[in-house]
Design a protein around this ligand. Structure first.
Ligand SMILES: [Fe+2]
Ligand SMILES: [Fe+2]
Length: 167
């Protein structure tokens, strides 16, 4: 690691890559719990689908580490720990209620927005650093996160929010 005064975009890129690598692996562990907890088959399926995508996203990050010439390594990300903790709270506190699925959608969207922020930045930094293949891989994941976010909005609008309203 470079001296603080000598740090560059390469160091920022490396730090954020480690941050998001940690985050994706935490998300990989959280998604089965959210799928198991969700009440509707549609939301369960959405979480299951995204768990499979997330496995591929972890592999893409490993490729990006390789392209960058560093070993794949995570760095504790307090932001994702907090976001996932809030999701776990909803699972616990709204268990068996009609509002659970709406709450789980909201928790999952917080995760997706975090990821969209990270991958958007990483993709632009990879482009600036002249790593076209890394930028392409990061862009693929960015698209998956955006599609997941939109699918979650669709589930909230189609049933989850209405179901959650007091009868
Ligand atoms: Fe992801
Ligand atoms: Fe995601």
């Amino acid at each position: 690691m470079a001296d603080k005064a000598e740090k560059t975009l390469e160091d920022l890129f490396h730090d954020m890559l480690k941050d998001v690598y940690f985050a994706e692996r935490q998300i990989l562990k959280a998604l089965p719990k959210m799928s198991k907890g969700a009440q509707s088959p549609e939301l369960k399926a959405a979480f299951e689908k995204h768990r499979n995508e997330t496995e591929g996203q972890v592999e893409r990050l490993q490729r990006v580490f390789e392209i960058f010439g560093k070993r794949a390594q995570g760095k504790t990300c307090p932001a994702i720990e907090g976001i996932l903790e809030e999701g776990a709270d909803i699972l616990d506190e709204f268990k068996d209620s009609a509002a659970l699925d709406a709450g789980l959608v909201s928790a999952a969207q917080a995760v997706e927005h975090y990821e969209i922020a990270r991958y958007g930045t990483l993709k632009r930094w990879a482009e600036t650093l002249g790593m076209a293949e890394a930028a392409r891989l990061l862009g693929q994941t960015l698209d998956e996160e955006s599609k997941t976010d939109k699918a979650l909005t669709g589930l909230a609008n189609s049933f989850a929010n209405e179901k959650a309203k007091a009868a």
